[in-house]
Structures are given as C-alpha cells and as structure tokens.
Design a protein around this ligand. Structure first.
Ligand SMILES: Nc1nc2c(ncn2[C@@H]2O[C@H](COP(=O)(O)OP(=O)(O)OP(=O)(O)O)[C@@H](O)[C@H]2O)c(=O)[nH]1
Ligand SMILES: [Mg+2]
Length: 305
C-alpha cells in the first residue's frame, strides 16, 4: 500500500485528492457534476469512461439520498473502484515454457519493465526466467538489456545489432526450451502504432515463437507510458490489431498526474492492467490492486505527504 501512495502522490495532489476542496460543502447541483466531469477528463479518464462514471455516481447519489457535495468523495471512490478489476494471473504456468512478448511505442518503458518483471518472477515466484533481446534496432538497446540481465541475474539471448528480430526470438525460444527455462520474456524495439511495416514485423515476431512452442506467445503485454494519457488508448488499439495484446503495464505513474488512464484501459479497451511502473528502480513494478490504486488516488487526511 505504501508504495502505491508514494508513487501516486502527483495524481492525488493534482486531481482526485482535491475533490473535496473543489466541491466544497454545498448542496449537489449542476455545477457539482460539471466539476466532477472536468476533474475526471483532466485526469485522463477519457470521455466515455468519464460519462459512465458520472452516470453511475448520479444513480448512487439518488439511491443513497446523498445531498451534500462533501459526501460525494466516498461515493466516487466506490464507483471508480467498481470500474476496475483485479487482473487475472499471467498465463505462464501449466506448461514447460511460457513466452511473454512485450510491445509498445518508443520509450514507453518496455526494457525497464522487462527487467523488473524478470526480477519479480525469478525472486517472488521462483521461476527460471530468460530474456530475448528482440530489439535489434540499436546496439545500445541490446547493451541496456544485457546490463539489466546481469543486474537481475537473468540470462539474455542476443544477436548483433541490425539482425532479424524474428531470428533472435527463434534462437532464444529454442535455447530456453533446450535449457529448461520456464519463462522467456521477449523485448521488442519501440515502434509507432501507425508504422505499417514495423507493425507487420511485430505480427511476424509474435508468430515465430509459436513455431517451437504451441500457442506462444502466451501473454502479449503492452507497455503504456502513463504520461501520454488518452493517446495511449489509440496506440493500444493498433497494437491489439497487430499482435493480440492480452494485458497492459502502465509505467511512469510516479512522474505524471494523469492516473485516470487506468480506468480507461479497463473500460474502453477491456484489457487488464497487470502491473504499474512507479519508478526507475528494479523494485518499482507493483502488481495492480484496484483497492490500493483507488485508495491512493484520494486524500485520507494523511498529513505526512
Ligand atoms: N519515473 C519512471 N521512469 C520510468 C519508468 N519506467 C521506465 N522509466 C524510464 O523511462 C525511460 C525509457 O525506458 P525504457 O525501458 O528504455 O523504454 P523502452 O520502451 O524500452 O524504450 P525503447 O526501447 O527506446 O522503445 C528510461 O529512462 C526509464 O528509466 C517508471 O515506471 N517510472
Ligand atoms: Mg527498450
């Protein structure tokens, strides 16, 4: 819980935590609803999700007989919570080798999240983890991943810069299988969702591992930069078309005020958020927990912040 509250300090201070102050101690009227709508939109909750949240909140207010604006905070908290779900466990058990493909636009936090995830799976779940350096675009990308691999003590299969990423994934899959690894996490180069050729390459990469391991990749995790807000929703739709995204990691929520995007991912994309990135360190990847997330968005009178 502590890491959620600390990580989401900016979102809390800029938006949700200010709600009681914004609404004041008045009767609920049209201005109240306008204020709540504005707050949600500004926090990047997205238009459709915002309207649904406000509708549901209005129903609650009616059925519970709430008349004062200052009673709205806890009702809003409940409604927001009802728009989230605890993510299902990653589909990485019950077979010899499971493959997780990690995709996203440039700089969204893929490589860092892979290192954090490898660390989690190895140390918290006690799994044998290997990483494939499927971003062959830049030499620095391969080195960055190798450095992380050393730090978290996980082997990294790589080829030379400029080589075919599909071939790296093929080799890594074969190596992981031969050496009895249980989870292979595949890094990919960042790409813009509207670049047709690069998105097609992703489709191919995603198919390669399936030639060795049936039904692979078992998870396709899209890494979304929390600071990009609603733009990320558009990105997600294109990645879904190219490689069948199964879930999302939202990064950099420590450095942005726009946590509302998480509600939009669940409701507009109907994808689970598995993890949140709340910093640059190896431990700063937390399992998404709806209660902790919503609680951390609101002020609980804690003066220590
Ligand atoms: N504050 C913060 N920074 C993050 C987080 N996740 C990643 N970063 C930073 O974001 C920058 C980009 O991260 P990378 O992991 O290299 O991103 P990438 O998606 O692999 O980038 P490309 O491979 O170039 O597409 C780095 O400086 C990371 O330290 C996070 O949760 N919080
Ligand atoms: Mg990278």
């Amino acid at each position: 819980m502590g890491i959620f509250r600390r990580g989401l300090t900016k979102t809390r201070q800029s938006f949700f935590g200010r709600i009681s102050q914004i609404l004041g101690n008045t009767e609920i009227d049209d201005d109240t609803w306008d204020d709540i709508e504005t707050l949600l939109i500004q926090a990047d909750t997205g238009f459709d999700t915002t309207l649904r949240v406000v509708d549901t909140l209005q129903d609650q207010v009616r059925s519970q007989g709430i008349t004062k604006a200052d009673q709205l905070q806890s009702a809003l908290k409940d409604v927001l919570g009802s728009f989230l779900q605890f993510p299902p466990a990653l589909d990485i058990t019950g077979r010899d080798l499971s493959i997780i493909l990690v995709v996203g636009v440039n700089g969204s936090g893929k490589t860092t999240s892979i290192a954090k995830l490898a660390h989690r799976l190895k140390n918290l779940s006690n799994r044998k983890v290997m990483i494939a350096a499927g971003d062959t675009f830049r030499a620095a990308a391969i080195e960055q991943l190798q450095t992380w691999g050393e730090r978290v003590d996980v082997p990294v299969v790589a080829n030379r810069p400029g080589s075919d990423p599909g071939a790296v994934v093929y080799d890594a899959t074969a190596a992981a299988k031969a050496r009895g690894y249980e989870i292979l996490i595949v890094d990919t180069a960042g790409r813009l969702q509207n670049n047709f050729n690069l998105m097609r390459e992703l489709t191919k990469i995603s198919e390669v591992s399936g030639k060795i391991v049936p039904d692979a990749p078992h998870e396709v995790l899209l890494v979304l930069d929390g600071t990009t807000g609603q733009n990320a929703i558009e990105q997600a739709k294109r990645f879904q078309e190219a490689c069948g995204v199964t879930g999302v990691i939202v990064t950099k929520l420590d450095s942005t005020a726009k946590g509302g995007m998480v509600f939009s991912i669940f409701n507009d994309l109907e994808l689970p958020v598995h993890y949140l990135g709340l910093g640059e360190g190896i431990h700063d990847l937390v399992l998404f927990t709806p209660e902790f997330f919503v609680d951390s968005l609101f002020d609980n009178g804690d003066a220590s912040e």
